[in-house]
Design a protein around this ligand. Structure first.
Ligand code: CS2
Length: 484
């Protein structure tokens, strides 16, 4: 990312006041929005420091606060790692310890924007109806205890309620998670949640709150001891909050901020009127391929994405899938999907990045709908391009089956690493027949679109591939896919 020139008369990232609350201060936020905001303040100033909220972990909160919010970003370049100090976080708060300071931060009218990275499963919004999922644990808790919320929707609505009661302006709410139409989805979920508690608040939110959509992109493996060791080597300081990431970074933001925003454009972001085509491209080409690599990689014994990509047949499969995904989208001005795909192949192959297939494989029930099912539905009926989508779904089924077969009952839920693990275990039981495995998991409620459930080609393509994966393994399935 380019380093803008500093304007020495403006407040700088390490001294400015806070203007943003960010919910979910994990590695991705620290590698992405925190870096753009740091660069934006360095370029144009503004009181836009970030108050970071952690919903669950307390360790990261303590680590950041002990360093005045500062932390190290290690960028893994081909010619070695580079360290960068980021000071855009003012301080962090652990919601699990006490919700009062979180609600106070949300109520503070100097906070103009709330940004969010909590991962797909924390939303509790049905992707199709866009209504709240009343059985989602956090949603259920927060509807019953709206003054002491624990989840995303509960927090956002409690904060907005305080603003309305104080006669203050609301904050702008920005989802930075890999969800389709993330702004519209979150808007509908927040309004539906509010309606269930306070219909007038729901109307006020509808009339006053803006929910710009964003597309976020930066491959960020979980930090390890090697991350912290490199941070120490490069900076001389031990930093428990250090994270590592690839050099590439992209943030496309819908420019709809009635109460202002940092100069994110000067920090390298792209501000546009309509984000959804970018988001669709990224979800289908990058994240869809990532899920294919994750499940096929798990079956083929590849711990890291880079090692799977170093296998010629595997990387040809990934390229094939990218072409198939690109064929599901209308053209996007100024973007050549083949160039975008070629760049992705290079990023996935980066030898410096140790991105575990297991990390990407988690939460499949949350990820596959937008990455695999939605594009598969957009192919013309009978298209041969369906094959790689069917392979990705078959690979997920095979991973679930194999993990259940090889794990003892006590560790099963943890091993499946999916919010619907209990349902998956129950549905699969001891069934080993590919057609039955398909039936049982395709019929999880509210998941696979009806169009695919009714599509006999999809059904057959998945079962053929699942049979081969279970009997002969990943290499055989890749070979067959490339021969089609
Ligand atoms: C990955 C993403 O874990 C996953 O599911 O596909 O986190 C991916 O690395 C990011 O979206 C890249 O921007």
């Amino acid at each position: 990312m380019r380093q803008p020139d500093r304007d020495d008369t403006s407040p700088q990232p390490d001294t400015a006041n806070a203007g943003i609350v960010h919910i979910g201060i994990g590695a991705f936020h620290r590698a992405h929005q925190a870096v753009y905001t740091d660069a934006a303040m360095a370029a144009k100033g503004g009181n836009w420091r970030i108050i970071g909220i952690s919903l669950r972990s307390t360790d990261i909160v303590d680590a950041l606060n002990a360093q005045g919010g500062a932390f190290t970003v290690i960028e893994r370049h081909p010619d070695g790692p580079k360290a960068r100090k980021i000071t855009s976080i003012s301080h962090a708060i652990a919601a699990a310890r006490d919700i009062a300071p979180v609600l106070d931060a949300l109520a503070d009218p100097t906070v103009k924007i709330v940004t969010i990275t909590v991962t797909e499963k924390a939303y509790g919004i049905d992707r199709i109806s866009r209504m709240v999922q009343t059985e989602h644990p956090a949603v259920k808790h927060d509807l019953a205890n709206p003054d002491t919320p624990t989840g995303l929707l509960g927090l956002l609505v409690a904060g907005l309620k305080r603003r309305k009661e104080a006669g203050a302006r609301p904050y702008t709410v920005v989802s930075c998670d890999n969800l389709p139409s993330n702004g519209r989805l979150l808007r509908a979920g927040v309004i539906d949640f509010a309606k269930r508690l306070d219909p007038e608040l729901a109307i006020w939110i509808t009339d006053n709150v803006s929910f710009p959509a964003t597309m976020v992109d930066r491959i960020t493996p979980a930090a390890t001891a090697a991350t912290r060791a490199d941070a120490k080597d490069l900076t001389g300081l031990y930093d428990p909050a250090a994270i590592e990431t690839e050099p590439f970074s992209q943030w496309v933001i819908e420019d709809d901020f009635p109460d202002g925003r940092p100069a994110w454009k000067d920090g390298g972001a792209i501000l546009v009127a309509d984000v959804e085509p970018y988001e669709c491209m990224k979800l289908r080409m990058l994240n869809g391929s990532h899920s294919l690599i994750a499940y096929m990689g798990q079956l083929g014994g590849y711990r890291y994405v880079r090692d799977a990509m170093a296998n010629d047949a595997f990387s040809r499969l990934v390229m094939r899938h990218m072409q198939n995904a690109a064929a599901t989208m209308p053209p996007l001005d100024g973007i050549d999907f083949s160039d975008y795909g070629a760049d992705l192949v290079a990023r996935f192959g980066n030898r410096e990045i140790a991105h575990e297939t297991n990390q990407i494989a988690m939460d499949g029930t949350e990820k596959l709908p937008q990455r695999i099912f939605a594009p598969a539905c957009d192919l013309p009926p009978g298209s041969k391009r369906l094959g790689t989508f069917a392979l990705c779904f078959a690979a997920w089924l095979a991973v679930m089956r194999q993990r259940i077969n090889s794990t003892n009952a006590n560790e099963l839920v943890q091993q499946l690493d999916d919010p619907r693990a209990d349902e998956i275990i129950e549905a699969l039981g001891n069934h080993q027949d590919p057609a039955v495995i398909y039936e049982k998991l395709a019929r999880l409620p509210g998941w696979m679109p009806q169009q695919l459930q009714d599509d006999s080609l999809w059904h057959n393509e998945v079962i053929t591939r699942l049979s081969l994966l279970l009997s002969d393994g990943a290499d055989a399935a890749i070979k067959l896919e490339l021969a089609i």
